[in-house]
Design a protein around this ligand. Sequence first.
Ligand SMILES: [Fe+2]
Length: 290
Amino acid sequence: MLIRGEDSAINLPSTLTEEEKWHYDLFGYLVLRQVVLPTEVNQMLEIANEWFAQPETAPEPVNVTQNEYSGVLNNVQYGDRIFERLSLNEKVLRVVMGLMWNRPRLFNCALVLQKQRPVAEGEKEKLHRDTSGFEFPDGFQNPHNDYQAGNGQIYSNYVNTAITLVDVPIDNGFMCIPGTHKSRIKLPTTLDIDNEWAPAITFELKAGDCLVFSSRLMHGAKFWKVDDPRRVVFNRYQFSFYFNENYNLPIEAHRDRISVDQYELESIQRSEKGFAKRILKKLEDGEELC
Ligand SMILES: [Fe+2]
């Protein structure tokens, strides 16, 4: 049972289990199984397929970009409220809240499509850390993409969630080198994704599963090898108390297209937000999250 303490970070009880803290601290990611129902996933796929097929039908401010082998629906949550089931998903937010002292702010939401494509001889997948544009020199820590753990708490102020809308076989989709969210040594240029010193791993996922990961983790995407295209929704959160990573969200001109909770999720706010209070209350009362 969760017991509320003083409203200061040091006394705040974590919404993470001890096992989740241990795993995230060690590896920099967590896998949450089946956070959305198959019926919801199918509805989302139908809508996304329609917008990719006929971009002019995507309502503003959804931004459709695509080429032969890939595509992005940026601001997808403004196109149809069903996508709020991913960014405001309580099962996911419980974990994100536990990583940033119950104060998440959503600063980007995008549905990404990736198709099978011809791969040139010798072409390899690449790994990166997310920077939001400003590359801090080696040896400097980006305060917008920080990771710390202490006193039984985790502070991971830039967290990405990837909810897959299709089944992902092993050796496809998201890949990462576990533990690199804490690494202070640059990946040597002599090493590659399949290096024996710290190989990148992939995940077998079912549609509706969610990967939560620190954007400090060295990560990337494997070439897609399945006929049915990859479709995954990325929600990027940061510590709402301080950070405004980009200035896109919330989109005031289209505020009427999202819920009050979604607007609050996208806004900078120092205090706990309404949805966060509700999730904490549900945890206190032992109610199931949805
Ligand atoms: Fe990334």
